[in-house]
Design a binder for this molecule. Structure first.
Ligand code: NAI
Length: 462
């Protein structure tokens, strides 16, 4: 008899959600976590702490730039960095303790330590071997760096080090204009660092709708970030105290250098599976080093499943959560499913950037006939009241059927607004369905309705 129906390895958003769903479905469940707290990268050194720092630095930005215009006079607050880090740590603790509470409530055993899988059905932690009918690997990912760059998490840091710098650096070079680089680059720019982002591609945020990416780049520049695109970073030399970053411009192969107090390497992440013993077990990997699974998250070894950042697909906490729920349902004999076509992506800068579904570029590449409905936040009364008129909502709909195919928003609360379109897309809605739905006034969401109207007869406020 196995000790458990399911053992999940890793307690990030994929693993802990999977554990809770397994328990809800009546399965005897344990979750192995070697970190001192539950919640994985997202809660401890990723999504949650970065959002705390984004919020705090945004408040400072508001005080410095917009308070006077609202008649709020007086000295702008100064930054007490250690107090800001303590606030961030408190937010982390509230969240990780919350997961601990949920584990207890759902009678999930937390096996503390790092797991190895000696054979299907067995999970070894320390000297103890636990048995389970099913094992779910939810071990997530770690930052991937570049050859020629040594990360010391002091001068040259990944997102982990960037969330706990001893002081706010005077200057920072961010390597990579993706989500991490721009979120953390924004934090430090608002806190007073001179930030330069060096991006390999010709634009920011790979895969984003190009018009949104261009607008975003313009807005970030206005906020004081220097952005160099089409530049491949070659080396980072820290031998003289400061960091010297050498990059090559792709258009003419010319080399240039930048100096900075801190360098943030944000060039992507790679699956983490160290110590699990997957080679001995014969778990198949993809050519990119991710765990290969079928449509039901089964690996090549019966009884072992994998979800989240360790398998292909966008490395997003909510994608991992959905897979965690679905695989629990599959294990319980139900029909778990993830709709990979409707996974939103959000960048939590100010303004936020959010997207779901197709972009104009993917639609053009597929030769599909589509129409564009756009509405600027300039025409939204609520946005103007909070200095957020810069940005827009763009809905892409099928030219013949009006069915919504994608949506891209840059503007206030974009990360919340996008979900109206996610639900609409789940129900196969047309742009007209959104346009005919009453939206409360005055809300940012009216801009979404106006963009939907723009797919038809036209918006009212433009
Ligand atoms: P990313 O893949 O989003 O961006 C990395 C960027 O680095 C790319 O634009 C790439 O062209 C550039 N790059 C690569 N080599 C370079 C070089 N030698 N010189 C200059 N630029 C170079 O990766 P990122 O930002 O590190 O994020 C990792 C993962 O974490 C992503 O999958 C991201 O979606 C996820 N994440 C999501 C968040 C969110 O949803 N808000 C927040 C943080 C991370």
């Amino acid at each position: 008899m196995a000790n458990y129906d399911v053992i999940i390895i890793g307690s990030g958003p994929g693993g802990y959600v999977c554990a809770i769903r397994c328990a809800q479905l009546g399965l005897k469940t344990a979750c192995v976590e070697g970190r001192d707290t539950l919640g994985g990268t997202c809660l401890n050194i990723g999504c949650i702490p970065s959002k705390a720092l984004l919020h705090a630095s945004h408040m400072l930005h508001e005080a410095e730039h917009n308070f006077a215009a609202m008649g709020l006079k007086g000295k702008a607050p100064s930054v007490d960095w250690s107090a800001m880090l303590a606030y961030k740590d408190d937010v982390i603790a509230q969240n990780t303790k919350g997961i601990e509470f949920l584990f207890k409530k759902n009678k999930i055993d937390w096996i503390k330590g790092w797991a190895t899988i000696p054979a299907a059905g067995q999970v070894k932690v320390g000297d103890e071997v636990h048995t389970a009918k099913n094992i779910v690997i939810a071990t997530g990912s770690v930052p991937s760096t570049l050859p020629g760059i040594t990360v010391d998490e002091k001068t040259v840091v990944t997102s982990t080090g960037a969330l706990a710098l001893p002081k706010i650096p005077k200057s920072m070079v961010v390597i990579g204009g993706g989500v991490i680089g721009l979120e953390l680059g924004s934090v430090y720019a608002r806190l007073g660092s001179a930030v330069t982002v060096v991006e390999f591609l010709d634009g920011l945020i790979p895969g984003a709708d190009a018009e949104i990416a261009r607008t975003f780049q313009r807005m970030l520049k206005k906020q004081g970030l220097e952005i160099i695109t089409g530049a491949a970073v070659q080396t980072v030399d820290t031998s003289k105290g400061k960091a010297k970053v050498t990059y090559k411009l792709r258009k003419d192969d010319s080399e240039a250098t930048l100096e900075a107090e801190t360098v943030l390497v944000a060039t992507g992440r790679k699956p983490y599976m160290t110590g699990l013993g997957l080679d001995t077990l014969g778990v198949k990997l993809t050519p990119r080093g991710q765990i290969e699974t079928d449509a039901h998250w089964r690996t090549s070894v019966p009884g072992i499943y994998a979800i989240g950042d360790a398998i292909p697909g966008p490395m997003l906490a909510h994608k991992a959560e959905d897979e965690g729920t679905a695989v629990a349902e599959v294990i319980a004999g139900q029909h778990g499913h993830v709709n990979y076509g409707i996974i939103p992506g959000v960048i939590y800068t100010w303004p936020e950037v959010a997207s779901v579904g197709e972009t104009e570029e993917t639609l053009k590449a597929a030769g599909r006939a589509y129409k564009v409905g756009k509405f600027s936040f300039m025409g939204n009364g609520r946005a103007k009241a909070v200095f957020a008129g810069d940005g827009f909502v763009k809905i892409l709909a099928d030219k013949d059927t009006d069915r919504i195919l994608g949506c891209h928003i840059i503007g206030p609360s974009a990360g919340d607004l996008i979900h109206e379109i996610c639900v609409a897309m789940e129900f196969g809605a047309a742009a007209e369905d959104v346009a005919r739905t009453c939206h409360a006034h005055p809300t940012f969401s009216e801009a979404v309705r106006e963009a939907a109207l723009a797919c038809g007869d036209g918006p009212i406020h433009a």
